[in-house]
Design a protein around this ligand. Structure first.
Ligand SMILES: CC(C)(COP(=O)(O)OP(=O)(O)OC[C@H]1O[C@@H](n2cnc3c(N)ncnc32)[C@H](O)[C@@H]1OP(=O)(O)O)[C@@H](O)C(=O)NCCC(=O)NCCS
Length: 160
């Protein structure tokens, strides 16, 4: 396994457009807080904004040259960060989510050096919830977002 993390701010125009098609895929957007279809202008402007944001980082992840998905970190502080991910929806093989989680956990605890990694998942997203639990995340609370129940989960560095 050879995972490569490509910061969104360094991507080619073709890569940026590929990611927009993933982000607008019905299976991906249904799991996001912003479930609207994102325009190309909005997408490019979001990526541009990342150049000056210390509190968020987004990466295209490649495994041995293959584009396998996106991982992101939001609300980054010295203590914690909130993670997110989606698998390239054109791939239909098991295990990609776990590969992305390997990259997330390593980056959070070894590069960002946070103590707590947080995740938020819609209560009906059983697949993502099971994936987070497999990596040691525990439920810490619940909240409502857009009238849907969200589970707030955490992984502490010492517990991974
Ligand atoms: C959630 C997502 C990342 C999972 O990716 P994946 O490639 O299917 O994950 P994996 O094949 O590595 O499976 C990892 C674990 O997820 C769980 N899982 C997978 N398929 C499942 C299913 N149908 N039902 C319940 N749990 C499931 C299992 O615990 C599995 O581990 P195991 O195979 O060792 O038992 C992927 O479906 C995705 O990108 N979804 C859309 C975006 C999204 O939901 N992001 C998270 C927002 S909070």
């Amino acid at each position: 396994m050879r995972l490569c993390l490509c910061n969104f701010t360094t991507l080619s125009e073709t890569q940026k457009k590929m990611i927009l098609t993933w982000r607008n895929h019905k299976d991906v957007k249904a799991c996001m807080y912003n479930a609207n279809t994102i325009s190309e202008a909005e997408h490019l402007s979001f990526i541009e904004s990342l150049k000056t944001r210390e509190d968020r980082r987004y990466f295209l992840v490649q495994n041995e040259g293959m584009d396998i998905g996106v991982i992101d970190f939001n609300d980054i502080s010295k203590e914690s960060a909130v993670m997110g991910l989606y698998v390239n929806p054109t791939l239909h093989q098991k295990g990609i989510g776990s590969l992305l989680m390997d990259a997330i956990v390593a980056y959070a605890f070894e590069t960002l050096k946070v103590h707590t990694l947080k995740a938020e998942v819609f209560e009906n997203n059983a697949k993502a919830k099971a994936l987070y639990e497999k990596f040691g995340f525990c439920e810490k609370g619940r909240k409502m977002v857009h009238e849907k129940e969200v589970i707030c989960m955490e992984l502490i560095n010492e517990h991974r």
